[in-house]
Write a protein that binds this ligand. Structure first.
Ligand code: PEP
Ligand code: MN
Length: 349
């Protein structure tokens, strides 16, 4: 948890002095600002000096500075996001998902089928991923399918089946929400509520989720910039729910060989800009099972806090995303390899 960001705290001010401005004039401005408890960062160049003013500059009238003849200009710099911003929260956030910490030293692995199909399928996959060392169980009950004629998910019945499989294996459950009218039900049964790529900018849904305190897994939109993605997290956090985990799942590019292009650079970028945990879903990025393993390893090597991986006990007959689903034995092998990689990048698994 972190201190509330007051209005205006995201603002900074930059004062550019005129070339050749006497040092005494600069000192006059500095003294005035220091007296008012601002901090000053001074950059002295060959021909120009710049003063960075740190503190809540929202109430500081720039005219008080521009009256000085030796000031070239005064600029306000507004940070686009506040609660999600690492600037105001230098330490990594750790989101606790029903006892599983995400964002700390220990990596968090979410695994399970694309869709919940039958009790038998859920039991088989849940037991297999648990045995391989997964920490959370996924499964879609409300599916955002490209075609309205494709399987849309088992809905409430599916949620019940996922809940049951999670209970039996003692794994917290992760599933996607598609509309705000289901929030009440999800809050009761789901440990980590997923907002899918297609809903990343469903601002009304994000605002409603911000009123809950259930952890939210926010996938990056199909063509969202990193800033848009973090701004979407800000929507949830602005409502008071600071338990947000970012998930990179590949973006739309000109490449058609893969389902999406996994943006590995989004991991260090999002972690530099934000204190929120960042996990990676290599399954929806690649679209092909044989690419999931190398991409998963790359994501952990690049600093991801965890992974979301689609696993199916019988991919040949899966109702959704068959081509990208790992069989349980391949998932177990991947976990073994990840256990070897984790300590190299200072993590545990
Ligand atoms: C999913 O995880 O099942 C899913 C639909 O993912 P995305 O929103 O990333 O496409
Ligand atoms: Mn899927």
């Amino acid at each position: 948890m972190f201190a509330k960001i007051e209005k205006g705290k995201g603002e900074k001010m930059i004062i550019v002095m005129k070339p050749g401005a006497p040092a005494a004039e600069r000192e006059k401005i500095k003294t005035m600002l220091l007296r008012e408890n601002f901090q000053i960062n001074e950059i002295i160049g060959a021909s120009m000096t710049v003063l960075g003013v740190i503190g809540d500059t929202s109430t500081l009238d720039p005219k008080r500075i521009t009256v000085n003849d030796f000031v070239e200009k005064v600029m306000r710099v507004q940070e686009p996001f506040k609660r999600a911003n690492r600037l105001f929260h230098p330490d990594n956030s750790i989101v606790n998902v029903s006892g599983v910490p995400i964002g700390g030293k220990k990596l968090a692995i979410i695994a399970g089928p694309c869709s919940i199909e039958t009790d038998e399928q859920m039991a088989a996959v849940a037991e297999a991923v648990k045995a391989a060392g997964a920490h959370l169980l996924r499964g879609g009950a409300f599916k955002p399918r490209t075609s309205p004629y494709s399987f849309q998910g088992l809905k409430e019945r599916g949620l019940g089946m996922l809940h049951e499989a999670g209970n039996k294996t003692n794994l917290p459950i992760v599933t996607e929400i598609m509309s705000a009218d289901k929030i009440g039900e999800f809050v009761e049964t789901v440990d980590l509520i997923q907002v899918g790529a297609r809903n990343m900018q469903n601002f009304e849904l994000l605002k409603e989720l911000g009123k809950t305190n259930v952890p939210i897994l926010l996938k990056r939109g199909l063509a969202a910039t990193i800033e848009e993605w973090i701004m979407a997290a800000e929507y949830i956090m602005a409502g008071g729910n600071e338990n947000v985990i970012l998930c990179e799942r590949g973006i739309r590019t000109y490449e058609t060989y893969t389902r999406n292009t996994l943006d590995l650079s989004a991991i260090p970028a999002a972690k530099k800009l934000s204190h929120l945990p960042v996990i990676v879903d290599p399954s929806h990025a690649a679209g092909m099972w044989w690419m999931v393993e190398p991409l998963a390893k790359a994501a952990i090597a690049a600093g991801a806090d965890g992974l979301m991986i689609e696993v199916h006990n019988d991919p040949e007959n899966a109702w959704c995303d068959a081509a990208q689903s790992l069989k349980p034995d391949r998932f177990a092998n991947l976990m073994k390899d990840l256990r070897a990689i984790a300590p190299i990048v200072g993590r545990e698994l």
